[in-house]
Design a protein around this ligand. Structure first.
Ligand SMILES: [Mn+2]
Length: 354
């Protein structure tokens, strides 16, 4: 309990000191996090999605005048030097600079790039932020990476930075300091959630690599969808019954697969437990990923969870229920809208439920 007070104080201080910008329905905003940029070699986490990311950032988000919010862990300074990273990804840094020149870049610090506090280079890191507040009408959207409220001993421990850099990496042991286990992820999420619900604001984090929308992960959303189909089945009398039963069985398989992979979190207790779930916590997921990358977008008074993917690597979301996928120009890349909701509606629910 003492610990929890400590973390909520950390968030209170952060919340009070970060820069605030006013946004309107005319602003377009995209939030990405967790790139882990390296040396463009085999051990560079960003490499898989780099072509997709750079193309989409230049030809979609930059062209359409989006504000770009990079919510931490952009450079992986645990394993690589900033000079090496900047040199290896100069094309990407040039692109960040294009946003910067228009005043449309907001780069927030994480734990993997924490040393940027001291060495502010290249150009885009000159004014690195601890977090950011977007003021929408009378409401706050609080954006920060999330390591501030995670108690991994390695987060700021220089000895472990040294270990990761010189011992773990050369041995080829995978560096998974963030995605350690679901309990730790859950603790970070629940702290962010509690603060956000108490403040009656929307909070957007990264760090855990797990996308969240309205405080729900994919497994929570599946859970609700199964409930919905069960209710529908109960009311259905005709031949549609078979169809619904089939749907439920597909969703069950997906649900069980997620559980098997350790995606069994506790936030869903909010839905089925004795407390109402407040839709106040969001997470942009990560840019590193095997087949694609997730992001949050805010535009015209709505918030979206989107998934960009390469159809040569995965066709999953091409024919996925309730998900619209759109081809990007004439490329093999697609954008799927996983979730979408109006900000006014979300803030109303936060205020009534929290
Ligand atoms: Mn992190």
């Amino acid at each position: 309990m003492k610990n929890e007070i400590h973390y909520s104080r950390i968030l209170e201080r952060l919340y009070n000191k970060v820069q605030q910008i006013d946004i309107t329905d005319n602003d377009k905003i995209v939030i990405f996090s967790d790139f882990h940029l390296g040396n463009r070699g085999r051990k560079d986490d960003f490499l898989h999605n780099s072509e997709l990311f750079i193309k989409v950032l230049r030809e979609h988000y930059l062209e359409k005048g989006y504000k770009l919010i990079l919510n931490g862990d952009i450079e992986d300074l645990y394993r690589f030097d900033i000079s090496k990273i900047a040199e290896s990804w100069s094309d990407l840094f040039d692109l960040f600079n294009e946003f910067n020149k228009k005043g449309n870049l907001f780069k927030i610090i994480g734990n993997h790039d924490y040393l940027l506090c001291k060495q502010r280079k290249p150009e885009v890191n000159k004014k690195i932020l601890q977090g950011l507040k977007l003021k929408y009408k009378d409401n706050d959207i609080f954006i920060y990476h999330g390591h501030q409220i995670s108690n991994f001993i390695e987060t700021f421990n220089l000895l472990s930075l040294y270990l990761i850099k010189y011992i773990v990496t050369p041995l080829g042991i995978h560096n998974n300091t963030v995605s350690i286990n679901s309990i730790k992820k859950f603790k970070t999420e629940i702290r962010a959630y509690n603060f956000s619900a108490r403040k009656k604001i929307i909070s957007i984090i990264g760090h855990t690599h797990r996308p969240l929308f309205e405080s729900m992960s994919k497994i929570d959303a599946l859970n609700m969808l199964i409930e919905k189909y069960l209710r529908l089945l109960h009311k259905t009398v005709n031949e549609n019954k078979e169809f619904i039963i089939h749907k439920i069985s597909l969703l069950r398989t997906e649900f069980n697969n997620l559980r098997k992979n350790g995606e069994n979190y506790f936030l869903k207790k909010g839905i089925y437990g004795d407390e109402l779930l407040v839709p106040c916590l969001f997470n942009s997921g990560a840019v590193i990923g095997k087949r694609g990358m997730t992001a949050l977008e805010i535009k015209k008074g709505k918030i979206y969870l989107v998934y960009w993917f390469d159809s040569n690597k995965s066709k999953r979301y091409l024919n996925y229920d309730n998900v619209k996928s759109k081809q990007f120009k004439d490329t093999q890349y697609y954008k799927a809208i996983l979730k979408k909701e109006s900000l006014d509606y979300i803030f109303n629910r936060i205020k009534l439920l929290a």
